[in-house]
Every structure is written in structure tokens, then in C-alpha cells.
Write a protein that binds this ligand. Structure first.
Ligand code: NAD
Length: 277
């Protein structure tokens, strides 16, 4: 007997995606290589980078982490990315960067066809125009998870809370391309709690515990938030309160996070294949 659940299980889907990608890599004579640039010693960043290396190894792909001192200058970092990047099929700069370095300038140093995170202005522009390009891993993973459960978005009202380049903006665009009517909320939005209740889809990408306290009955709830506590990671949504009202909900951990890694692996292979064409 199959248990009926409204949990969007990103971990299980990640495993299926990675198994498929592994076969795709096995069929390749040359193995794709991902290079990650890590500046400084932020423990969270080190953890994420370690997970990316592990996933590459699991798929039989090559990876390298270039560790750099937090005092490195912007120009020096850009020089290293340009030089070292020639050896990579795909690359990314782990964010955030130290305050004295412009993330925008550094991201522009990544060739768009090697931009595993889809943050280069050319890839972001393609996303805006609904053209094929490399799409940021977390938003791409969210769409894959919704598609896996055949969740219809057409005509739905969706609210995205958060407007970052890496999550909020791209997920809002992707939902719009699927014909949802999208509201983007952020730190200056007023009456957020009321606004959330008007929406059929809620994507929370802020980094604030307890931000989403209640939703409309039957809402689809995607929790991107990753807030560190003594008991581990918790999301932006009050899971226990919202779970019974939602038709679907992502847990934290085990929802969006695993999908992000799976999509990074897929993007790495896509970069490789694009360059081999
Ligand atoms: P960010 O700090 O760049 O952006 C946060 C956004 O939240 C901003 O746009 C800001 O306007 C908005 N905001 C701040 N306070 C608010 C409030 N009170 N009400 C409404 N909006 C508010 O963050 P980010 O990089 O987009 O990440 C957001 C969260 O998602 C973080 O917890 C991060 O750790 C997590 N994250 C998870 C994954 C994953 O794979 N699961 C990937 C990326 C980010």
C-alpha cells in the first residue's frame, strides 16, 4: 500500500537524478571537470563545497577546489579564475565573497559556457528571454521537483519571498514562464502575512526562521531557507503549522537542498556537452 504524502522529497529525487547522470558520465570518454573557487574559510561555504566535490566523485566526474586567501584582491582573483578556468568544463565561485570583492565583476570573468551556477549576465539574460541557457541550480531544482509531482502552475498565483540573483529573481521568472501570476516580495514588502494567504504557490527564500506562519488551504509551499540552529538546519516556513494546510510542502532538510546539488551536476555535464558540440 502506497502511503499518501504531501511531502516533496528532494532527497529521493536527487538519488534518481544522480543515478541517471552517472550513466551519462559513464558513456563519456573524457570526464567533465568542475572547478570551484573558494575564497576564505567560512565553515558553511566549506561544507557546501565539500558536498559538491563528493557528488562529482559519486558520478565519476573530476573536480578541483581552488582555495584562496580571504585577503586576495579582486584583480588577482579574476586573473586566477581566467587562467585556471581554462582547465575546467564548468566552474563556480562559492558565494558570498569577502566584502572588498565585487561578486558581479568576478562572475563576469567566468565564460558563460562554463558558468555552472548560471549567474553570468548572459545566462541571466537568456533566462529572462526564455531562451536556452544555464539556469541557476536552486531554481532549476525547484522546478524539477514540482514537475516530478506534475504540479500545474498555469494560472496560479505565486509569491516568491526574496529577490536575490541566485534564488528569488530566477525562480520568479521560471514560474512566470510557466504562466503563473507572480508576486515578488522582499525586505520592504508590507503586509507580507496577508499577501502570502492570497497565493496558491509560496516560495520562501529569505533566511529567516518562522517567516511563513500560515498559507492558503491547498497551497504548494517551497522552503528554500537554510537556517543553522543547534538542532541542525531549519527553513523559513513553520513546517508543523503549515504542513496540514499545504497540498505539497518541501521539508528542510531534504527538500530543495539536495535538488540544488543534483542540478549543479547536471549543469556541469551540460557545460561539458555544449563545449564538445
Ligand atoms: P539573500 O540574503 O541574498 O537574499 C535574501 C532576500 O530576502 C533578500 O532579497 C531580501 O530582500 C529578502 N528579505 C530579507 N528579509 C526579509 C523579510 N523580513 N521579509 C521578506 N523578505 C526579506 O539570500 P539567498 O542567497 O537568496 O538565500 C536565501 C535563503 O535560502 C538563505 O537561507 C540561504 O541559506 C538559502 N539557500 C538555500 C539553498 C538551497 O540549496 N537549499 C540555495 C541558496 C540559498
Amino acid at each position: 500500500v502506497q502511503e499518501i504524502s504531501n511531502i516533496l522529497d528532494g532527497k529521493a529525487l536527487r538519488e534518481r537524478i544522480l543515478a541517471d547522470l552517472k550513466k551519462r558520465v559513464e558513456a563519456l570518454e573524457e570526464k567533465p571537470k568542475l572547478i570551484v573557487f573558494l575564497v576564505g574559510k567560512d565553515p558553511a561555504s566549506e561544507l557546501y563545497v565539500g558536498n559538491k566535490e563528493k557528488a562529482c566523485a559519486q558520478l565519476g566526474m573530476r573536480s578541483e577546489v581552488v582555495k584562496l586567501d580571504e585577503k586576495i584582491s579582486e584583480n588577482e582573483l579574476i586573473g586566477i579564475i581566467k587562467k585556471k578556468g581554462r582547465e575546467a568544463h564548468a566552474m563556480l565561485v562559492q558565494l558570498p565573497l569577502p566584502k572588498h570583492i565585487s561578486e558581479e565583476r568576478v562572475i563576469e570573468a567566468i565564460p558563460p559556457e562554463k558558468d555552472a551556477d548560471g549567474l553570468h549576465p548572459l545566462n541571466m539574460g537568456k533566462l529572462l528571454r526564455n531562451e536556452k541557457g544555464i539556469v541557476s541550480c536552486t531554481p532549476k531544482g525547484i522546478m524539477r521537483l514540482l514537475d516530478e509531482h506534475k504540479i500545474e502552475l498555469k494560472g496560479k498565483r505565486a509569491i516568491v519571498i526574496g529577490r536575490s540573483n541566485i534564488v528569488g529573481k530566477p525562480i520568479a521568472i521560471l514560474l512566470m514562464h510557466r504562466h503563473a501570476t507572480v508576486t515578488i516580495a522582499h525586505s520592504r514588502t508590507q503586509n507580507l502575512d496577508e499577501l502570502i494567504l492570497e497565493n496558491d504557490v509560496v516560495v520562501a527564500a529569505v533566511g529567516k526562521i518562522g517567516l511563513v506562519k500560515d498559507v492558503k488551504k491547498g497551497a504548494i509551499v517551497v522552503d528554500v531557507g537554510m537556517n543553522r540552529t543547534e538542532k541542525g538546519f531549519v527553513g523559513d516556513v513553520d513546517f508543523e503549522k503549515v504542513k496540514s494546510k499545504a497540498s505539497y510542502i518541501t521539508p528542510v532538510p531534504g527538500g530543495v537542498g539536495p535538488m540544488t546539488i543534483a542540478m549543479l551536476m547536471e549543469n556541469t555535464i551540460e557545460c561539458f556537452e555544449m563545449q564538445k558540440k
